[in-house]
Structure formats: C-alpha cells, structure tokens
Design a protein around this ligand. Structure first.
Ligand code: HEM
Length: 536
C-alpha cells in the first residue's frame, strides 16, 4: 500500500514537472516582448553567464545594451527579469515588497544551514527578527564598538604586516591578511568571540573559523543541487534530514554537514555562555560588553514576551551575523586597498587627510572625514561586493518603469506585467553604474563626486539605504550592517594609511564575480600588493 502511494506521488510530481516544462517551452509568457540577450542553452538559458565567476562582460553588456529591464532565459524555457530601472527597483524593494519575496532557494538554504533567523524568515516573523536586531547597530552602540575595532586593526598592523617589512618594501599577499582581519573584526564586534590572534606565522586553527572559511566554497561545489533545496528542506524534521544526508556517499556533502555541525555547536556554546553570565549575576560584565550579540541578549531580557528570541533563534542569528558580515567586509577591504594601490593620487590625498588628525580618532571625527567618506562610498558604489540579489514574484503584478522601454514588437512599454513565480534579479552593480543616474562619468572611480554624503549632480533617486546606491539594497530586507561595515573600513584605512604605502606591480589581478566578489591571480584567491613602511 505504502509503495503504491509513493509511486503515485512520484508519478504525480513527474507529471507536474513535465507540464511546467511544456508550459514554459510552448505556452508563452507576458515577458516574451521584453528585449534581452538570446538564450545560450536550452537547459540553462543565460544562467551560466549570469552567475559565472568571470561574467563581467555579460553584465556590462546588459547594463549598456538594454534599458533598465532585461529578459533573461532561465532553466528549461523559464523567463526571468534583470532589473536596474530606478522606479522598478523602488517597487520591488520598497513599495510592493510583499509581492517580491526573497528567493525560495536562499530562504531554505539559510534555514537549513543556520536555523530560524533573520536571513531565513519572511513576513511578520522576519519583521520581528529585524525589529529586535536593528537597535544593536545604532550609532550609540557603534561608538561603543570602536575600541575593539581599533584593537583588532592595531594587531593587523603590528602582527600581520610590520614583521615582513624590516628589510624594506615587500609584496604581501593581502587577500589572506585582510580576510583574517575581517573575520576577527566581525567576530569580536559582532559576537564577542576571537577567532584569530592575528599573529605572524600563526594560521588560524579555530574550528569555528575554519568552518566559516570553508562554508561558501562547499556551497559553491554543491551549486547544481541548490534548486532541490526548497523541496528537501520541507521533508520531515531536521534529525530525519540529517539521517538521509548521512546516507548519501558524497565527500563534499559530508564536509558541509560537518561544517554546519561545528558552527551550530560553537554558536550554541556562545549563547549558553552569555546567558549563564547573565543568570550568574555577572550582569555588570555584560553591561560592558558592546558586541552585537551581547547587546541583543540584553535587549532580549527586557523585550515583550511575544517579541523575545528563543535560544535556537539566538544561535541562528549568531552564525548569520558572522556569515553575512565577514566575506562582504573582506571583499570591500580588499577592493579599497587594491584601488588605493592603483590610484596613488587618491591614496596620497587620503593619507594627507588622515595625518592631519590625532590617533586614534573618535567616532565623530572618523565618520566626519570627507575624503575618507568619499573613498569608501565611491568604492562601494563602483564595486559593490554583492553584485546581484534575487527575488521571487508572489502574485501577478505590474512593474512600473522610470524610463519606458521598446518591446521586441516595437511597442512602447511604460509598465511590465510580471507573472507569479517569476524570478527577478536585482542588478545592484548595473544600478550603481547607470549613466542615467550617475552621469557620463559613472564608470570612473571619483571619490570627489561625494560631498557631505551626497553624490554631486545626481538627480535620479534610487531607493537604496546608502547614498543613492543599491550596494546594501533598500526596503524591509536591506542590510542592517551597512553603518557597521563603513566604520570597520574607516578604522582600518585610518590606521594602515598612517604607516604604510600600497602599490601594485602584479597586473594579473582579476576579480571574480561571486557573492561576494574576490580578487584572484591565476584563478586562486590572491591579492599581491607591495607594502612600504612610512616613517620607519
Ligand atoms: C560591504 C559589506 C556588506 C555588503 C555589501 C552587504 C550587502 C547586503 C545586502 C545586499 C543585503 C540584502 C540581502 C537580501 O536582499 O536578501 C544584506 C543583508 C544583510 N546584511 Fe549585509 N552587507 C555587508 C555587510 C554586513 C555586515 C558587516 C553585517 C553584520 C555584521 C551584515 C548583516 C546583514 C544582515 C543580518 C542582512 C539581512 C537583513 C534582512 O534580511 O533583513 N551585512 N547585506
């Protein structure tokens, strides 16, 4: 009996899949009239190019050859949208955000990896997570984190860089140095945990650090299975899923399961420790802990009962903050150091501004330095670490446009009817490069375009949370760490530029697209930069 039910279920599912494929291939879509690049394969459409690590040219052609909304071919005849029109982005992220939900793959994957937290929830549940987490990132709390950020950065300066420069300028592999620093910055200020002593010659041995380092590469290796994650995540309780996964003979899957288990047990211990400190009456010590998790635990104590986080939710937030904050910070730091090395004039001007201040700068002085602010903003505009995000349309709807487009049949389209289930790519970097928004010099690196946090001459409004850019997107799922990361970047630059000069001799550095982007040489993650000690 059970076998026949299973057979019937499988047959039903296969018929549904076949129907969907036929519908996609022959049924037509309301998006058929939207211009876009031709499909490159029946099976994967343009997806390999859209998500390929070396697809900068593809994205550039979408930015330059189309007008804010582009049709992309997806899996087996599926049609998707690639969007960078300002009004369309406002509708997707802000005005009609409930119609454009976080992609189901992202929600189920983060749920499976970390549990129930801000990245894996939707609707009212997500709003609750955001409401409790956001105050931890307030300006008042960021001020409190400043000493830790300086302490970590001083260890970077003295532990990871200085010992190599005794005999003069030297090429250093900055990618690994800055990645280790990013993890330590987010670890200490984010969850009050030290992953790495940042001492020369001592690679991190912490299992938590190693797991975090290997998490994204392991997911990439299993990328072909990602479309099955939403279905798999709904089968039975977590223990049953773990049991089934254990039966699959795959080394990569086994490694991923071990990574998740280490992250889960470390985060659980951390939350237990902090909770015990509170219960043992070490409240005073907690009062002086300024990391995001401690602040969260403190506000959780006094939160209304229906708002309070349960322990499993606190564990999920711990890993999510580290996951969301580390590689993104590392990408931004690597990019800024690379850009300063490529633009010595910008580097000199920035150093002059920093040397005119006393060390260490307090919060207001640091965030008030205009050229430093311009360098950070311009880097994050021109080179956003996360170049695209995806949303899934929950109901048939109409997408408004700032600039009408001409359909394939020659008709002018002022709005686009978008069907339920359509995948929409939020084209962050295309929005940040738009000449309609930023002017003819949109693709040039010009820190001086920013004055008092505003880009000069920009009249078209973008709905991002950060100075008209889409780098941290906008609306109810925008980045909650965007002020924190600016502070991290400013602290690191203010400390390093006082005593080091950066230059490049290696012209083989290529950036890989990805989530987030990373520098590479011969397809390995590397950033070779010559570092010279000043006023030795
Ligand atoms: C340059 C560095 C960073 C970039 C470019 C960045 C970018 C983003 C983007 C694009 C999103 C939206 C994701 C979506 O729509 O699904 C996001 C969300 C998020 N970011 Fe960041 N981020 C950065 C740093 C950080 C840091 C340092 C933290 C924490 C310490 C952080 C925590 C988060 C969290 C928790 C979310 C989820 C917000 C929500 O779902 O409501 N991010 N980030």
């Amino acid at each position: 009996m059970l076998l026949s039910i299973i057979k019937f279920g499988v047959l039903l599912w296969l018929s549904y899949v076949a129907w969907q494929v036929l519908r996609r291939l022959f049924g037509g879509s309301t998006l058929d009239n939207i211009p876009g690049p031709p499909s490159e394969s029946l099976l994967a459409g343009n997806l390999a190019r859209l998500h390929g690590a070396d697809s900068w040219d593809f994205h550039k052609s979408l930015e330059e050859d189309f007008n804010g909304v582009v049709k992309i071919h997806g899996l087996i005849g599926d049609v998707q949208l690639y969007v960078f029109d300002p009004a369309a982005l406002h509708s997707i992220l802000v005005k009609d955000q409930e119609l454009y939900e976080e992609s189901t793959i992202f929600l189920s994957l983060t749920g499976l990896l970390f549990g129930k937290g801000i990245l894996s929830t939707t609707g009212n549940e997500h709003r609750r997570h955001r409401k409790i987490l956001m105050p931890a990132f307030s300006t008042k709390n960021l001020r409190g984190m400043l000493p830790v950020l300086y302490e970590v950065t001083n260890r970077l300066r003295d532990g990871l860089i200085k010992p190599h420069l005794e005999a003069g300028p030297r090429e250093l592999e900055m990618y690994s140095i800055l990645s280790r620093t990013s993890l330590e910055l987010v670890g200490r200020a984010g969850i009050g945990y030290s992953f790495d002593s940042l001492a020369d010659g001592e690679e991190p041995v912490d299992q938590y650090a190693l797991s975090l380092k290997n998490l994204t590469p392991s997911i990439h290796k299993l990328a072909v299975f990602l479309p099955f994650v939403p279905v798999a995540s709904r089968i039975g309780p977590a223990s049953f899923r773990r049991f089934i996964l254990g039966l699959i003979p795959s080394k990569t899957l086994g490694a991923l399961c071990r990574i998740v288990s280490v992250m889960d047990s470390k985060a659980t211990l951390l939350v237990q420790d902090k909770n015990q400190s509170i219960r043992r009456g070490e409240g005073d010590a907690m009062e002086h802990s300024n990391d995001i998790m401690s602040l969260l635990l403190k506000s959780n104590r006094t939160a209304a009962e229906e708002m309070k986080f349960m322990d499993d939710e606190l564990v999920a937030q711990t890993s999510m903050i580290i996951h969301a904050g580390t590689d993104t910070t590392s990408s931004a730091l690597n990019r800024i150091i690379h850009l300063l090395a490529l633009h010595p004039d910008v580097q000199d001007k920035l150093r002059t501004e920093i040397l005119a201040t006393k060390e260490p700068m307090d919060h207001d002085e640091l965030v008030g330095l205009p050229y430093l602010d311009g360098v950070v903003r311009e880097t994050l505009r021109l080179y956003p670490p996360v170049t695209t995000m995806t949303r899934t349309v929950t109901k048939d709807c109409i997408l408004p446009l700032s600039t009408p487009i001409t359909g394939i049949d020659g008709r002018r389209m002022e709005t686009i009817p978008v069907p339920k289930g359509c995948e929409v790519t939020i084209a962050i970097s295309a929005a940040n490069h738009s000449k309609v928004v930023w002017g003819d010099d949109a693709l040039e690196f010009k820190p001086q375009r920013w004055l008092n946090g505003r880009a000069q001459g920009v009249t078209v409004h973008m709905s991002g949370v950060y100075g008209n850019t889409m780098t941290f997107v906008g609306g109810g799922r925008s980045c909650i760490g965007f002020k924190f990361v600016q502070l991290e970047l400013k602290v690191v630059l203010s400390v390093l530029l006082r005593c080091y000069r950066f230059s490049v001799v290696n012209d083989h550095i290529r950036w890989k697209l990805g989530s987030p982007a990373a520098p590479s040489v011969d397809n390995r993650p590397l950033l070779p930069i010559v570092v010279e000690r000043l006023n030795a």
